[in-house]
Ligand binder design. Sequence first.
Ligand code: NDP
Ligand code: HSE
Length: 436
Amino acid sequence: MKPIRVGLLGIGTVGAGTFNVLKRNQEEIRRRAGRGIEIVMVADLDTARATELTGGQCEVVNDANLVVDNPDIDIVVELIGGYGIAKTLVLKAIANGKHVVTANKALLALHGTEIFRAAQEKGVMVAFEAAVAGGIPIIKALREGLSANRIEWVAGIINGTTNFILSEMRDQGLDFDTVLKEAQRLGYAEADPTFDIEGVDAAHKATLMSAIAFGIPVQFDRAHVEGITKLSATDIRYAEQLGYRIKLLGIARRTAAGIELRVHPTLIPARRLIANVEGAMNAVLVQGDAVGATLYYGKGAGAEPTASAVIADLVDITRLATADPEHRVPHLAFQPDAMSDIPVLPMSEVTTSYYLRVCVADQLGVLADITRVLADATISIDAMLQKEPDEGKDHTDIILLTHQTQEKNVDAAIARIEALPTVQGKVTRIRLEQLA
Ligand code: NDP
Ligand code: HSE
């Protein structure tokens, strides 16, 4: 059978990785796919670099429209990123009847509904394994491997850049900006690294996982997004003393009232496997009613790990290209006419545990005042740490871990605690998950 013909849009970090792995392992991949998979055309703004990277083995153009309009191309691989030109090109490729592979979580988290609908109507596939957790086949696991289960929750370290920053800051004592620059140099960070450090990239990925896990539309606009920029070394230290690690987690959880969809720094018991995922590694923990907990671990970013996922999608499409569209795996795991309208909950309705750090004057009755406020708000205390004031200081930190409660109870309690005359400044609140 003649090889399937691929057009590559963007030959940057992931594009170059994809070109190299496909070339290096072409024989193995052909034996798996049943036919060869060849990149025959590459579009990139820097054509000189693209020509050098591809060694003159395929046509290089600087106008990506030439690729998506080329009738000889079967599959378009979009590795440009962002939701500007990438969206136009993906929709045009679909309209031209081409299957699409993309690593672009931002595009799908914001415009997935439109893109998947267009693909459905045209009978083509849009595959996006690389969009979540880089080289870890988590999309395939959720969509196919766990399809017997009612998924209860998914929680993951799904941004390599922030995990790398947190690990290096803790282990090497390096400062935030130095580690971020290193993550950029290693090709982990997004074109705009604020997407990484402010939790947006993780929220894109959590949004995609929530859709596949629960059969709901992609709803990035309903996600709660909080990054690591406000996290202080003090809280990382206190968390360690209490037996916890702080990780940026993406969480999607099914509750009776709706879906929790949130990204924020989270205390996790240090003894959990996932708490020990370091550097740019990713890990996703999935709780299914039949299988129980399963954990997926691996490289979440970088050229070849991400290429591994891109090429797995190419193999899948090559195998299924001739299958009747009605009998392919649905883009979002559930059949398009069987999606659920269960709502995504506002953050005030989310239930979790909390780490609270309160800076107080070293005076009689301060702790009693705080615990009374918490009791009034029906918040039960799980653990507490009170430090002696530093030499010459008249204030100190009280750290409280709470049992599970609704976020709105904690909002109300924090407002009352901050109004106490003995409390200095803002209360630091970090959410805590046992992930048991
Ligand atoms: P890069 O910035 O390294 O690569 C993007 C490439 O696209 C560059 O070579 C760029 O050229 C080219 N490009 C930009 N605009 C156009 C255009 N209009 N036409 C043709 N080419 C264009 O990004 P990455 O490879 O890191 O990321 C690609 C995608 O993969 C993104 O969606 C990202 O979120 C996703 N991803 C990345 C991972 C990673 O580890 N890096 C992991 C998982 C997903 P030029 O440089 O000349 O502007
Ligand atoms: N910027 C992303 C990360 C790339 O750091 O995880 C992988 O999606």
